[in-house]
Design a protein around this ligand. Structure first.
Ligand SMILES: *Cc1c(COP(=O)(O)O)cnc(C)c1O
Length: 350
């Protein structure tokens, strides 16, 4: 079967492509050798992100996955335990890097929204004993990817940070979509990121850059992160080309995330009316988890039918789909996708 070209891609905000203006900024970037600390554009991006996140220093890395991995490599020693949500990206979608390379194991909290409280963590912290793993770090996702783009409330993070500090655990924020949380809530990034020991933002998701993520923390943390960046082959040369895209995105692509949230809200309203259970019910950012009616066609069938129309939506389970709005899908395209999805459900039910 020859598949139609994908015209509307709601499977992920990673499908965003660098705009002509972003490409121009990349082309014009002053560059140098990053490994020698001589790339001025990379240095500018790192300074800017550190300040935005309320942290002392930052480092540009090729991906968010490497940010999570390096953070756990710095925080943990082999045999240590990391606490996170059962549906966290770091736990299920990063090829078990923490286990394979940091020697850390996870202890997970079953939280459908991806959000948990200090008490949930307290209950899992192990007492120091020769035979027990050492509880060492907690990972939170802002916003929660598989939880439906939900926002960790500031007070929950502050309480968690206090609990972690009291018990000697590091608090790490996977901020792949931190700016979505900030735009939706109106809070500055440092309000969420400041209480954390380490935190990163992804440039290649809703911000629309082709490559990159920036990891931030204390000066000592970033110094150790640099050792791992070298070891893992993540140290670059003229990375200013990539950093320039990041600087461009911080100038032009942050406030506009509100448009993506409005598109998600509109799609949620359409689909809820057609009998799809949508998560979240309110406080939309750019991710919707869609639970299809069990008496209708499966998620795989719906995805295949939509694909014939040039529309791509993610499949998360037998009757579960994920739709992600972003800068490369217009409000009209999202409406069209919503109508198409409803039509498939109605055909299947009829
Ligand atoms: C995408 C994502 C990552 C990994 O980022 P990459 O840049 O794709 O490596 C980590 N955590 C969350 C929550 C994500 O959505």
């Amino acid at each position: 079967m020859v598949l139609a070209r994908i015209e509307i891609d709601l499977s992920s905000d990673t499908s965003t492509r660098p705009s002509p203006a972003m490409r121009r900024a990349m082309g014009d970037a002053p560059v140098g050798d990053e490994q020698r600390g001589e790339d001025p554009t990379t240095a500018a991006l790192e300074r800017r992100v550190a300040a935005l996140l309320g942290q002392a220093a930052a480092v540009l890395l090729p991906s968010g996955t490497m940010c999570n991995l390096i953070a756990l490599l710095v925080h943990c020693r082999p045999g240590d335990e990391v606490i996170c949500a059962a549906n966290a990206h770091v736990y299920g979608s990063e090829a078990a890097g923490a286990a394979a390379l940091a020697g850390a194991q996870f202890r997970v909290i079953d939280a459908a929204t991806g959000i948990f409280g200090a008490a949930d963590v307290e209950a899992l912290i192990r007492s120091p004993r020769a035979r027990s793993p050492r509880s060492r770090a907690v990972v939170v996702e802002q916003t929660t990817n598989r939880g439906g783009g939900q926002i960790w409330p500031e007070e929950t993070l502050i309480a968690l940070a206090e609990a972690c500090r009291a018990r000697g655990l590091a608090l790490h924020m996977d901020g792949a979509r931190l700016f979505n949380a900030c735009v939706a809530s109106g809070l500055a990034p440092a309000r969420y990121a400041g209480p954390c020991d380490s935190v990163w933002i992804d440039l290649s998701k809703g911000l629309g850059c082709p490559v990159g993520a920036v990891l931030a923390g204390s000066a000592g943390f970033i110094e150790e992160a640099w050792v791992w960046k070298h070891r893992l082959g993540g140290a670059m040369r003229q990375s200013g080309i990539l950093a320039a895209a990041g600087l461009y995105a911080l100038d032009h692509n942050v406030d506009r995330l509100a448009e993506d949230h409005a598109k998600a809200r509109r799609l949620a309203a359409m689909l809820a009316e057609a009998g799809v259970a949508v998560t979240p019910e309110d406080d939309f950012t750019n991710i919707l988890i869609l639970d299809l009616p069990a008496e209708g066609p499966s998620a795989a069938t719906v995805a295949e039918e939509l694909r014939r129309d040039g529309i791509r939506v993610g499949v998360e389970g037998p009757f579960r789909m994920r739709a992600v709005t972003h800068l490369d899908v217009t409000a009209e395209a999202v409406e069209r996708a919503g109508r198409a999805l409803i039509a498939v459900l109605q055909r299947g039910a009829g």
